[in-house]
Design a binder for this molecule. Sequence first.
Ligand SMILES: O=C(O)[C@H](O)[C@@H](O)[C@H](O)[C@H](O)COP(=O)(O)O
Length: 255
Amino acid sequence: MAAVSVFPSPAELGAALARSVADAAAEAVASGGRFTLGLSGGSLVALLARELPAALRAAPGAEPSRWLLAFCDERLVPPEHPDSTGGAYRSQLLSQLPRPSPHVLWVTPGLGPEETARDYEGQLRRAFPGEATPRFDLLLLGVGPDGHTCSLFPGHALLQEQNSLISFLEDSPKPPPQRVTMTLPLLNAAKALLVVATGASKAPVIKRILEPPEEQREESESLPAARLRPRSGRLWWLLDQEAAKELRIPLEKCP
Ligand SMILES: O=C(O)[C@H](O)[C@@H](O)[C@H](O)[C@H](O)COP(=O)(O)O
């Protein structure tokens, strides 16, 4: 069962998210010497850019220089393009972090979609030697109004992918169309998945995912974000009140 925390606004949610990342980092660095973190795009970039630097200053053990950063998905555009997730994190978040910087697995630009996915998967496998399926300490995910997460969209063949860690698509319903994405086997291998959703536009899909009516349970199971089931990790939803407003299940209301 997933944990669900509800915050009054994106500001409180962002601060709690940043503290959770800093705490997870400090724990991973202390116990294993590094922190492996996967980042999604969209509104998560600004949320982390606004809150994470201060949270890290308050958590000296978090040590960003000991982090391995990867992207849960990436749009296949040049790094300087405004749609580039890596480019957004580079300019908005990484530029605020202390030196030495985290070790970032950048998606290699200029390759075709399939080659980009193969290249990125190779980078991941080299970064997690000996792990058939890399187990990230934490993956930060968003969810679209249609229930997509990363670049896994409803009804897409990628949802059936069971072998690759990273796959590609050229028909993303959310522009831009060409993307690479972590697949469900990689996502569900993580030690912790943290899904962030804010705003009223997400309320219907959050209801369908977390509290599907009996007659719609099977249909809801098909939503990509409903397929986030860490095999032995933790799943935690962080919502603001707007995104949670259709839920009736008991929720942890956070100040
Ligand atoms: O690169 C992307 O587009 C994201 O990884 C995508 O999966 C995002 O997380 C959701 O679309 C939610 O985006 P918002 O939080 O901006 O609504």
